[in-house]
Design a protein around this ligand. Structure first.
Ligand SMILES: Cc1cc2nc3c(=O)[nH]c(=O)nc-3n(C[C@H](O)[C@H](O)[C@H](O)COP(=O)(O)OP(=O)(O)OC[C@H]3O[C@@H](n4cnc5c(N)ncnc54)[C@H](O)[C@@H]3O)c2cc1C
Length: 416
């Protein structure tokens, strides 16, 4: 059987492209190398799936993707964050908005988002083949003739969409195949780098802090003692460094700074960003007055998570058994500085295996932003993370997958 469209990759962008083309009447086949659809989608938002962001200003959403954001103007304007929310609510997935405009299913179950997409694929009569890994895309002159699977089977179609994702968390199926396909078909692939990644820190005590979550902290990045970026929010100690939303968002700056290889890169954690030094000093003095007969090691629990206190005290070089009433002004200052500027040395970024997205991809210059069609191969389009597009945390990356996927699916029918 010859299909109107074959979509390669059953992630959010491929599913959205397939169901939209099917809804518009195309005979669609969706092929996926895993034994089920949406493996990575189920990992998103720690299983809760932060499906988009509630940011009202469209321009601001576009800007989140840096200079490449302009590419999204057309597809985002036609399927923006409100449209994504409406799409899922129409499928019975109620949504809620959390800090930073992050939109989640009210149920906190990413599986509900996946089920809604699969239900729509069924309604749109999309044929789905899982456990089918595409090995080769065969092109003759300027058109794709067929695709060949690893098991030797072939499929022909009028049009093809590559929606194979990036190359992060390769165990999820997204192992970068789409970049190789695109390159062989004549497309340019811009340099690929892991983005939104945890960082590895050099301090020996880091493993002692594994699993410790920090809330409402400000983390700043310094290169050669110059502040180059900062974020406020949540972070999480891992076995060898730091992760969590603000760290992931800072990883781009850190990656660029590391690549420059000019000077040491440190991060400074401000545990009390709402207070300036004199205000925090007054606060501490109050605490010290109330607990003047306590030992230093027992006075800091109102200011810091328990697990980090021994490290603080050791860095301040104050005897932990010392009574609070005998702490000198100098020693208090040391504690103050640690609270405002707890300094950690950046070793490197974690690689593709733990990156949330891939930065770089199929060059946007070679794709029509209105249709997602290739400017190089007649019957080919792209959607999702395989494109040279990556945004910060907050639901922006899935939003980009949904709108580019929808646009790709919509514009197949218009041209076949
Ligand atoms: C841990 C984690 C958490 C995340 N959380 C969020 C979040 O909360 N919000 C957000 O906006 N973004 C989040 N992201 C990013 C988001 O998941 C991705 O940007 C998104 O899944 C990309 O969608 P996609 O459809 O382009 O590709 P993918 O989801 O990667 O899907 C591509 C599919 O193509 C298949 N495939 C690949 N090669 C072949 C082949 N040769 N033949 C057949 N099939 C193939 C793969 O198996 C895969 O299923 C998260 C990512 C990770 C790793």
């Amino acid at each position: 059987m010859k299909y109107d469209l074959v979509v390669i990759g059953g992630g959010p962008s491929g599913m959205m492209a397939a169901l939209r083309a099917g809804e518009l009447g195309a005979r669609v086949l969706l092929v996926e190398k895993n034994d089920r659809l949406g493996v990575k989608l189920l990992m998103t938002g720690n299983g809760r799936c932060n499906l988009t962001n509630s940011e009202l200003e469209r321009r601001k959403v576009i800007d989140k993707f840096g200079k490449n954001g302009r590419f999204l103007f057309s597809s985002y304007f036609r399927f923006d964050n409100n449209a994504v929310v409406e799409f899922f609510e129409n499928q019975g997935v109620k949504t809620k908005v959390e800090r930073g405009g992050r939109v989640f299913p009210e149920s906190d179950l990413g599986a509900d988002v996946l089920s809604a997409l699969i239900e729509c694929l069924k309604k749109s009569k999309v044929e789905i083949k899982t456990d089918m890994s595409v090995k080769e895309i065969v092109k003759k002159e300027n058109r794709i003739e067929e695709i060949v699977f690893v098991n030797g089977e072939t499929v022909v179609a009028d049009h093809f969409i590559i929606a194979t994702g990036g190359k992060s968390y390769p165990g999820s199926g997204s192992s970068g195949d789409g970049y190789d396909f695109a390159k062989k078909l004549g497309h340019t692939i811009t340099p690929l780098m892991p983005a939104l990644t945890p960082i590895i820190l050099e301090e020996r005590f880091i493993p002692d802090l594994e699993g410790l979550a920090l809330k409402n902290v400000e983390v700043s990045v310094f290169q050669n003692n110059k502040k180059i970026d900062s974020r406020f929010g949540e972070a999480l100690f891992t076995g060898n460094g730091l992760s969590g939303p603000i760290i992931l968002d800072l990883s781009r700056t850190i990656g660029q700074a590391l690549a420059q290889k000019i000077g040491k890169i440190v991060i400074k954690i401000d545990f009390k960003p709402a207070l300036n030094l004199p205000q925090l000093d007054l606060w501490i003095q109050e605490d010290f007055k109330k607990g003047q007969n306590k030992m230093v090691k027992n006075i800091l629990d109102g200011l810091l998570p328990q697990r980090i206190i021994p490290i603080f005290i050791s860095q301040s070089e104050i005897n932990p058994e010392k009574k609070v009433n005998s702490i000198t002004k100098e020693e208090r200052k040391k504690l103050l500085l640690l609270l405002k500027e707890f300094t950690l040395t950046v070793g490197r970024l974690v690689g593709f295996e733990k990156a949330i997205v891939t930065s770089g991809g199929v060059s946007l210059r070679e794709i029509d932003p209105k249709t997602m069609r290739s400017k190089i191969v007649d019957n080919l389009s792209f959607a999702g993370e395989v494109l040279d597009l990556d945004g910060p945390t907050g639901g922006y990356n899935l939003q980009a997958c949904f709108c580019t996927g929808r646009s790709a699916g919509e514009n197949v029918i218009a041209h076949t």
